[in-house]
Design a binder for this molecule. Structure first.
Ligand SMILES: Cc1ncc(COP(=O)(O)O)c(C=O)c1O
Length: 468
């Protein structure tokens, strides 16, 4: 068994660092247990240097970066012009809440909004805060108490967003008493369709559930403020919803006088080959939530935009954490949007997304691939157990094994809590780098299909130890 990956410096850093953080006390025991089960001890890297489409680990090994700072570096790593803009802003303003870049950016953002319909802006530090602000805005504007969210959705790590989210697992354990105003509805994606139903039938059922079951059995129609939805289940595994579902949500909201909130922290700002993911569906939401890409990969900034009447005169809506809208964050966002326009970044992302979709569609011939999917550069593949024709049984370890093999061969992607590998190439990635990375991924799939993962290819970190 080859134990040379990752190299000694990376391994030493992980062994020193991981025990210092959450679940660190479990680390040694988990490593030993994984070793006894035949898994190699470490399949993680520590970044030493990042540039453009690549990162390097502490041992100097280079990787194609499909992880992308968790979908946060739209123009690749360490983009020079954004670094410069941030440096200038820091030197000029340091940190202050009131500075002109806030207004410059608000104007730019308003011009990007779907249907030019959401001119009001409110900044936050994280996507978590932005999603919570959107919900608070909806409740205070409508003066209602309930919000509808979805299974497998993810909106952040705050107490509020933890109860708003619907990810599987123990994500909401011990918070059961905190979600009194949150109503969870099913999200129709191909993994969750009940036996005997087609995707179309399940979509109709989910829309019926929203418009009929909830108001008659859970909360009064006129006590529901709105629906919070991701137009693409990002952290839930990069699943792509149908046009009928998103348009149906808009119809249900219009019919019931509910607000539609599109959480685009991950799908927004070009990720799907349109400026906003919701634009694929020809739907205009009432509130839009964004973050991640807006940072340009350098300085964080998140926020929400809303229709005038919702946020233009609503004194009950409270917001404004200390670091919301820093000069550095605004400078990064302004320069990012300028480069998007100058270099036709969204069109480039769309073209790359089409290339990737063409390549990945062929992967379903491998028995371990349950589904390959994408919308622009929101790309994913989900996996099943080797040896199961049609890969009926989904398998987290197979995904981990493929990701481990990719890492070993120089491609960095995400497989955290699901049976899925997610890819977020930079929107301006070089086409040849994208093709090379996908080829390495396909080779890894072929390898794991042939050898399985019992030979010890999987990542040993249990969920929650390394956090990846
Ligand atoms: C759809 C969505 N909303 C909210 C968040 C939370 O954003 P942050 O991690 O910046 O708090 C995420 C993060 O992945 C997300 O994907």
């Amino acid at each position: 068994m080859d134990n040379s990956f990752p190299g000694p410096k990376t391994r030493a850093a992980l062994e020193r660092g991981i025990p210092l953080f959450k679940n660190g006390l479990r680390f040694d025991a988990e490593m030993e247990r994984a070793g006894q089960r035949g898994f190699r001890p470490v399949r993680q890297i520590v970044i030493d240097k990042a540039e453009g489409d690549f990162v390097w680990d502490l041992d100097g090994k280079r990787y194609i970066d499909f992880q992308n700072g968790w979908a946060t570096n739209p123009l690749g790593n360490c983009h020079r012009e954004i670094l410069e803009a941030v440096e200038i802003a820091n030197r000029r303003f340091g940190f202050h809440y009131d500075h002109p870049l806030r207004y410059d950016l608000a104007e730019l953002l308003a011009a990007t909004m779907p249907g030019n319909a959401l001119p009001r802006t409110n900044y936050e530090v994280s996507g978590t805060e932005a999603a919570e602000a959107a919900v608070h805005l909806a409740l205070t504007y409508t003066k209602r108490r309930y919000i509808i969210t979805f299974s497998a959705s993810y909106h952040g790590m705050g107490l509020g967003t933890k109860v708003l989210s619907g990810l599987d697992g123990d994500y909401g354990t011990y918070l059961e008493g905190w979600g009194g105003g949150v109503i969870k509805a099913p999200y129709p994606y191909s993994e969750r369709i009940p036996a005997g139903m087609s995707e179309e039938q399940y979509t109709e059922y989910c829309l019926w559930y929203l418009d009929n079951h909830i108001p008659t059995s859970i909360a009064a129609r006129d006590n529901i403020a709105g629906i919070l939805i991701e137009p693409g289940l990002a952290e839930g595994g990069n699943w792509i919803p149908s046009t009928r579902f998103l348009q149906g949500i808009r119809e249900v909201c219009d019919k019931n006088d509910w607000l539609m909130i599109s959480d685009e922290v991950l799908t927004g700002l070009g990720r799907t080959g349109r400026m906003w993911g919701i634009e694929h569906y020809d739907v205009v939401p009432d509130i839009l939530v964004y973050g991640k890409n807006l940072s340009g990969g350098i300085a964080p900034l998140c926020g929400i935009s809303a229709r005038d009447e919702i946020m233009g005169d609503n004194t009950d809506f409270l917001s404004g954490s200390t670091f919301a809208g820093t000069p550095a964050g605004c400078a990064a966002a302004i320069r990012t949007l300028q480069i998007f326009e100058r270099d036709h970044i969204v069109a480039h992302a769309k073209r790359l997304g089409n290339i990737a979709a063409g390549i990945m569609a062929k992967w379903e011939k491998y028995s371990i691939v349950r589904q390959a999917r994408g919308n622009g550069l929101l790309l994913g593949a989900s996996f099943g157990k080797p040896g199961f024709a049609g890969a009926d049984e989904k398998d987290w370890w197979t995904a981990r094994a493929v990701r481990g093999k990719m890492l070993e061969n120089g491609v960095w992607a995400i497989s955290d809590h699901e049976d899925t590998i997610r890819l977020y190439p930079a929107l301006n990635m070089d086409e040849s780098v994208l093709r090379e990375g996908l080829q390495i991924m396909e080779d890894a799939i072929r390898h794991v299909e042939k050898h399985g993962h019992s030979e010890g290819d999987a990542v040993a970190y249990p969920s929650g130890v390394a956090g990846f």
